[in-house]
Design a protein around this ligand. Structure first.
Ligand SMILES: N[C@@H](CCC(=O)N[C@@H](CS)C(=O)NCC(=O)O)C(=O)O
Length: 198
């Protein structure tokens, strides 16, 4: 399977897909799309993904697929990244849906506004910090008792949640308050062969 991966290398959503491909030895050509520069609005991108967002992948047969968590679960079909047991597979989806609704909209958005839009902390919506910390608190509670998010083994849920959690400090979150999350970041970074951020 050879795919074209349209992504912006500053985007955790896009990196989830890259990491999954790298781990599973899926061959891909990376096409850099500058989100801040508005390149997601190009005619090419709109034709591939009417939502005009990255990541989007294009298969050799011309079919396209968007949404980071849809892409990674598709690429991981039949591998150990997706539990065979029905309950644990559903638990993986629980984390993936939660990531998109209760984690990414606060942690990734606060990071984007601070790091890439250069907004001072005082101008940010206070809910971003409050709800981002609530998300990290939920992860901490789970990870105090388990090395991974699903069935004590690496799954798509860890890859997805890692993307913005490992860079949460860039959005003004203090991971020092969440030691189990920090240990999990170190563990999953190592599993994926990523350089620790430090
Ligand atoms: N829920 C989507 C979010 C995709 C998304 O927000 N992508 C951003 C980059 S991280 C983007 O393309 N933004 C450009 C835009 O929305 O115009 C996913 O998980 O893939």
């Amino acid at each position: 399977m050879a795919i074209t991966l349209y992504g912006d290398s500053i985007s955790g959503n896009c990196l989830k897909v890259k990491w999954t491909c790298d781990l599973l030895d899926v061959a891909y050509d990376w096409v850099e799309v500058d989100v801040v520069g508005g390149e997601t609005q190009s005619a090419t991108m709109r034709a591939l993904n009417p939502a005009a967002q990255v990541p989007t992948i294009l298969f050799e047969d011309g079919r396209a697929l968007a949404q980071s968590n849809a892409i990674i679960t598709h690429l991981a079909e039949g591998t150990s990244l997706i539990p065979k047991d029905a309950y644990w597979r559903a638990k993986m989806f629980e984390w993936l849906f939660w990531e998109q609704y209760s984690h990414e909209p606060y942690i990734a958005v606060r990071r984007f506004q601070m790091l890439y839009l250069g907004k001072p902390e005082a101008d940010l919506d206070p809910k971003l910090l409050e709800r981002g910390e609530a998300a990290l608190t939920r992860m901490e509670a789970w990870l105090e008792a388990a090395p991974y998010l699903v069935d004590r083994t690496l799954s798509c849920a860890d890859i997805s949640l890692l993307a913005y959690t490992r860079r949460a400090h860039e959005g003004g979150f203090d991971l020092g308050k969440f030691p189990a999350v920090q240990a999990w970041v170190t563990r999953v970074d190592a599993d994926l062969g990523l350089e620790p951020i430090g």
